[in-house]
Design a protein around this ligand. Sequence first.
Ligand SMILES: Nc1ncnc2c1ncn2[C@@H]1O[C@H](COP(=O)(O)OP(=O)(O)OP(=O)(O)O)[C@@H](O)[C@H]1O
Ligand SMILES: O=P(O)(O)OC[C@H]1O[C@H](OP(=O)(O)OP(=O)(O)O)[C@H](O)[C@@H]1O
Ligand SMILES: O=C(O)c1cccnc1
Length: 491
Amino acid sequence: MKYYHPDDSLMLHTDLYQINMAKTYWEDGIHNRKAVFDLYFRKLPFKNGYAIFAGLERAIHYLNELRFTESDIRYLKEMEYDDGFIDYLANLRFSGTVRAMHEGEIVFNNEPIMQIEAPLAEAQLVETALLNIVNYQTLIATKASRIREVVGEGAALEFGTRRAQEMDAALWGTRAAYIGGFDATSNVRAGKLFGMPVSGTHAHSFVQAYRDDYTAFRKYAESHRDCVFLVDTYDTLRSGVPAAIQVAKEMGDQINFIGIRIDSGDMAFLSKEARKMLDEAGFPNAKIVASSDLDEYTIFHLKAQGAKIDSWGVGTKLITAYDQPALGAVYKIVAIEDEHGQWQDTIKISGNAEKVTTPGRKKVYRIINRLNHKSEGDYITLWDEDPQSEEKLKMFHPVHTFISKYVTNFEAKNLLQDIFVDGKLVYEIPELDEIKAYAQKNLDILWDEYRRILNPEEYPVDLSQKCWDNKMRNIEEVKKKTDALREKPGF
Ligand SMILES: Nc1ncnc2c1ncn2[C@@H]1O[C@H](COP(=O)(O)OP(=O)(O)OP(=O)(O)O)[C@@H](O)[C@H]1O
Ligand SMILES: O=P(O)(O)OC[C@H]1O[C@H](OP(=O)(O)OP(=O)(O)O)[C@H](O)[C@@H]1O
Ligand SMILES: O=C(O)c1cccnc1
């Protein structure tokens, strides 16, 4: 590959404005002031009732390996940056503290899923890459979880690599899909790198190359033990399924006849007819795999029509998050140290209530009812609060504050765990299967009303009274300042 400079680092996988801000901070001598940034999204994707957080492992590797390589520095020298600033960058390592939710955690809008507390310039430089990683992987894990909810007992297979937005998306997307509940991928590289199960059948080209279904299936069976025959190249019911049955009978115990795949036509009708044919031929355990532009809606409808489909191959609509191609998570500064080392809140005001940031260093708790083990909602507090010490917790909607409830007999689970402390990785990264199991098991704490794929109930993400009061105080302060400015002549 003929690159202008070698591709040996992710450090410059950032927006130019981050480096430009860092340059000013450095020249002004405030680059090492600690700042806190919250990473969160404002709207759940796909109108779903929850999202599944994915991307933490890649984010950890990114931060752990963060440094400007010689080629990064060479490239920056070609730009306008002066030697002093470049020397600072050349020695930079990530020295901050990172707290994050467990990868695979069920997460909601307007709550920090990652929190970066780091020297201002460092925290700023990593924004773009962190958002890039978390936005995409969380989006795909959530889409996968929706599909998983509809598939139910059947197998969900990820087939999207050929249609993904390039190779990184295929690779990390399929890992996210696995966390969200898929059982396997067709991407062999993902199997190699992540230890995920890989599975696959064969293509239409294989049948076309042998000219007819029977010859193709027979040849495949002679060179493979596990066989799934693709039966829709010419005529599913007249030639594909009969050929599959004939080969399965001829080969007997020499093969493991797993089943057939249907990739076009009316898959409700075809699967029911194929099921009858397989049963009558003595293959009641042969599975039927369906693929072709599937998503949670087509799968739902095929099931409603009584389709006899056991496994679902899903590609394009999963890996590209076809109906909502971006999540929109943001990274907002909520506190910064002043010259005396005291934390000062920061806030961003907006005419839209949802877009006003929640200032201060915060914690996020999941309030779990001890009697039924279901979640009552998430509860955001200021840093020094401990909801567990309260007998009776008042939870109220952060915008429509009259919507409120009291919760007793609860467990307050602290959701943000230490990942890095002062630049040192203190977190043991779980195995991928553990992350996947965590995601699946955690869904049980949600009432079904939050899990349905169509018009789910809104899950409560509330601010503690103290956190809410602090936000209002900050809004008032900014308002006073801007009002005072308006009274000055010239404004
Ligand atoms: N019984 C069904 N109910 C609802 N949707 C179905 C049913 N059977 C198939 N589908 C879906 O309808 C769409 C059919 O697409 P389309 O007619 O373009 O192609 P096809 O039948 O797959 O054939 P080809 O791939 O050869 O063009 C696919 O998204 C498929 O998942
Ligand atoms: O429809 P998706 O959800 O994206 O699933 C992946 C699709 O990719 C393959 O088709 P393709 O036409 O690329 O190759 P084929 O000749 O093997 O069918 C496969 O048969 C599926 O239809
Ligand atoms: O193994 C399959 O059947 C497969 C793999 C990728 C895309 N479509 C189908």
